[in-house]
Design a protein around this ligand. Structure first.
Ligand SMILES: *[C@@H]1O[C@H](CO)[C@@H](O)[C@H](O)[C@H]1NC(C)=O
Ligand SMILES: *[C@@H]1O[C@H](CO)[C@@H](O)[C@H](O)[C@H]1NC(C)=O
Ligand SMILES: *[C@@H]1O[C@H](CO)[C@@H](O)[C@H](O)[C@H]1NC(C)=O
Ligand SMILES: *[C@@H]1O[C@H](CO)[C@@H](O)[C@H](O)[C@H]1NC(C)=O
Ligand SMILES: *[C@@H]1O[C@H](CO)[C@@H](O)[C@H](O)[C@H]1NC(C)=O
Ligand SMILES: *[C@@H]1O[C@H](CO)[C@@H](O)[C@H](O)[C@H]1NC(C)=O
Ligand SMILES: *[C@@H]1O[C@H](CO)[C@@H](O)[C@H](O)[C@H]1NC(C)=O
Ligand SMILES: *[C@@H]1O[C@H](CO)[C@@H](O)[C@H](O)[C@H]1NC(C)=O
Ligand SMILES: *[C@@H]1O[C@H](CO)[C@@H](O)[C@H](O)[C@H]1NC(C)=O
Ligand SMILES: *[C@@H]1O[C@H](CO)[C@@H](O)[C@H](O)[C@H]1NC(C)=O
Ligand SMILES: *[C@@H]1O[C@H](CO)[C@@H](O)[C@H](O)[C@H]1NC(C)=O
Ligand SMILES: *[C@@H]1O[C@H](CO)[C@@H](O)[C@H](O)[C@H]1NC(C)=O
Length: 576
């Protein structure tokens, strides 16, 4: 099976071999063979990324905390190690909002009591300058996110006290940066605006309140103009995982079209400030199959075919996703399951005689409503968002430990790990198809599984505490240890990457990179090692990058990097 897939993949690569590259920067060139402008920036055409006239595909990693490292040397060493692991793109945060100036550590924007102040000093935007500059030195692209859906405050968001205000938050939080030893640092984002602009303190105010939108647009103006001419900025991501819900509550009225409209407003704005770079969403890829669209699909005329077409093999055009299509798939899956049961002797003339699944359970599965990843529950309609004219490419994520992406085609007779594997493969396939449907490249911008060794460090995105940490009571009466084995993780990553490449994804970014031997400063994102939860299990005394349960550490690291690198062999040209 693998050999067949591999040969297929090599064939795909052969046809997608890059057209001649012209690399004079800043000069508009025309690729004579294909008759379209050649740009030193990442551009798109016909569902693919191009750089200097060549197709560009990539496998990358996430390191959101790069700007929060304490020394330039640490940033340099980390980026060198990422490049040495064969990654060509690193996704990282281009924001760092605080509501009080910390004594130590990086901050970019102070948002407090309805006012904002940008810090462009050495512990401010100059840190981000270093990240971009050193990434260039190491031949890496940076994909920069402008804010974050998640910004829980330790000791506060469980749950928020009624009628809280920013002053109260600071009192509850203690003085600046006290809780920086907790595993998830350098987050901040949407809720920092919501909390500090008074008014209704509900998460979705970020998408609809004009004062807040204005403040965020002001921030994006500063950032996007600062790096508009940097060719190793891959593009802008409007937010990490934007959706209606967060840790703080949201209004009952929040729905997908509010989030879509916000994308349109901000994408237009960022493009007006920086026309050189692509803009993407950063959403998790949820579908809202039967939602009315603000940006209905335009049936584009087929692009003019260049003579020696440098493009990926095209499959049968996929159908748009709809509730009817999902129900059809479910029916087919149910039939397959019945067939399997018959073959296994579990079903005799429709009556179950042995086995784990009774006919009635299978039937109940088949009767379930459309699942949350498809029905707009999260307030995200990724198909409407990818269709926004200023959105250059589609993005989605895959975190099966935290969110449910399952659909009807899942074979529920499989063991749990195999179900997780399958859920990921289905999710990847659907998004690759969406890209073909909308004729835009699609990239998986974050995916990960929590391993058993990492379980004590796992902090959900919406949380501030590790539910399986050493200081936590074991949740209920769980007998099975949380998390997969290192081997299962490597197997899943490898299969997902291969499925992504074969399905036609144009970029794949693992979550997340881990780096040790970093300079530790108390009260910064890299604090000295302590025995509290959230610290690296490694025995050395140096600083570790934040680990929220997805960092690959210790003895398994080399093996994981090797299997990711092996699964992505030949995918990606290095043009940085
Ligand atoms: C916040 O701003 C308002 C209006 O400018 C002012 O009245 C109030 O004292 C400020 N509060 C704090 C804590 O700075
Ligand atoms: C830090 O966080 C922990 C865990 O959430 C909390 O119990 C503690 O009160 C916090 N400390 C301060 C000083 O805010
Ligand atoms: C938006 O936020 C501002 C500042 O917090 C507030 O004064 C205003 O009432 C909000 N607007 C709406 C429509 O809620
Ligand atoms: C945005 O910037 C403009 C111009 O500097 C300023 O007038 C406005 O108050 C800012 N808006 C917010 C919400 O910070
Ligand atoms: C970017 O390049 C353009 C064209 O060369 C120039 O007009 C602009 O000032 C540059 N912007 C920055 C921030 O350097
Ligand atoms: C975080 O999300 C999980 C589901 O992913 C949910 O069960 C939990 O209640 C959420 N926690 C908070 C504090 O919102
Ligand atoms: C979103 O939050 C609301 C309350 O704030 C809750 O009722 C709803 O179930 C949440 N939705 C999801 C998908 O978590
Ligand atoms: C589950 O996945 C593993 C790893 O890919 C594989 O070896 C095993 O055969 C699968 N089990 C089933 C029942 O499909
Ligand atoms: C453990 O789980 C089982 C099955 O859900 C339940 O019946 C039992 O009461 C639980 N025991 C404890 C101690 O929680
Ligand atoms: C740790 O980092 C320091 C400073 O960058 C370097 O001199 C040293 O060789 C590193 N040690 C290890 C074990 O990588
Ligand atoms: C800031 O760093 C200094 C020097 O390492 C340290 O003494 C101080 O306690 C730190 N401040 C905080 C709030 O951690
Ligand atoms: C990086 O790719 C090269 C060329 O394919 C390979 O020889 C090398 O082993 C890879 N490095 C890692 C760390 O996997």
């Amino acid at each position: 099976m693998f050999l067949v897939l591999w040969q297929l993949f090599c064939a795909v690569l052969a046809v997608s071999a890059a057209s001649p590259t012209q690399t004079v920067q800043g000069v508009k060139l025309i690729d004579k063979r294909n008759n379209f402008p050649v740009s030193p920036f990442v551009t798109t055409r016909g569902g693919q990324f191009f750089v200097n006239g060549s197709v560009f595909t990539f496998v990358g990693t996430n390191a959101y905390w790069l700007q929060a490292l304490n020394t330039e040397e640490d940033i340099d060493n980390t980026l060198a190690a990422i490049r040495a692991a064969n990654f060509t793109v690193v996704r990282t945060w281009a924001f760092n909002d605080v509501d009080a100036i910390p004594e130590n550590g990086t901050w970019f924007q102070l948002i407090t009591n309805g006012t904002v102040t940008i810090n462009d000093g050495p512990n401010g935007l100059q840190k981000l300058d270093k990240v971009v500059e050193l990434a260039q030195k190491h031949g890496l692209y940076v994909l920069l996110s402008l804010t974050n859906n998640w910004s829980p405050i330790p000791g506060i968001d469980k749950p928020l006290p009624p009628g809280f205000n920013p002053i109260q938050i600071r009192q509850l939080q203690g003085t600046n940066g006290d809780n920086a030893t907790l595993p998830r640092n350098a987050l901040s984002g949407m809720d920092t605006y919501v909390r500090n602009f008074g008014g209704h303190q509900e998460h979705d105010q970020f998408y609809v309140n004009t004062t807040i939108i204005n403040a965020f647009m002001n921030y994006t103006t500063q950032i996007a103009s600062r790096y508009a001419n940097h060719t190793n900025v891959f593009g802008w991501e409007l937010a990490n995982d934007p959706r209606c819900n967060s840790t703080i509550s949201t209004s009952v009225g929040c729905e997908a079209r509010h989030v879509t409209r916000w994308h349109s407003t901000i994408a237009k704005h960022v493009k007006s400030v920086d026309p050189n770079h692509l803009v993407s969403s950063g959403n998790q890829g949820y579908f809202c199959t039967d939602c009315p669209k603000l940006f209905p699909r335009q049936v584009a005329p087929p692009p003019p075919r260049p003579s020696p077409a440098p493009r990926v093999r095209r499959r049968r055009a996929p159908e748009p996703l709809s509730k009817a299509k999902l129900l059809k798939e479910r029916k087919a899956a149910w039939k397959r399951e019945r067939e399997r049961q018959k073959r296994a002797g579990e079903l005799l003339d429709g009556v179950k005689i042995r086995g784990r699944w009774t006919a009635s359970q299978t039937k109940r599965q088949a009767d379930l409503g459309t699942q949350s990843a498809f029905d707009g529950s999260h307030g995200v309609d990724s198909e409407d968002i990818i269709n926004i004219p200023q959105i250059g490419f589609g993005s989605f994520q895959l975190f099966p430990d935290q969110f449910d992406y399952s659909s009807s085609s899942l074979d529920t007779s499989l063991p749990p790990f195999n179900q997780t594997l399958q859920i990921g493969l289905d999710w990847i396939r659907r998004h690759a198809e969406a890209g073909q449907l909308f004729n835009k490249p699609v990239s998986l911008t974050g995916f990960g599984l929590v391993t058993r060794d990492n379980a004590p460090f796992f902090v959900p995105f919406n949380g501030t505490a590790a539910p399986f940490g050493p200081d936590q009571a074991p949740p209920s009466n769980v007998t099975q240890a949380f998390g997969v084995t290192d081997e299962e993780r490597d197997e899943a990553y490898s299969q997902w990457i291969q499925a992504g490449i074969l399905g036609g994804l144009q970029g794949i970014i693992q979550y997340q990179w881990s780096q040790n031997n970093l300079t530790a400063v108390p009260g910064s994102a890299i604090s000295p090692v302590s025995t509290e939860s959230g610290q690296s299990p490694l025995p050395d005394e140096s600083g570790h990058s934040p680990n929220d349960g997805y960092g690959i550490l210790g003895t398994g690291q080399a093996q994981a990097i090797e299997s990711i690198s092996e699964a992505s062999q030949g995918f990606g040209q290095d043009d940085a």
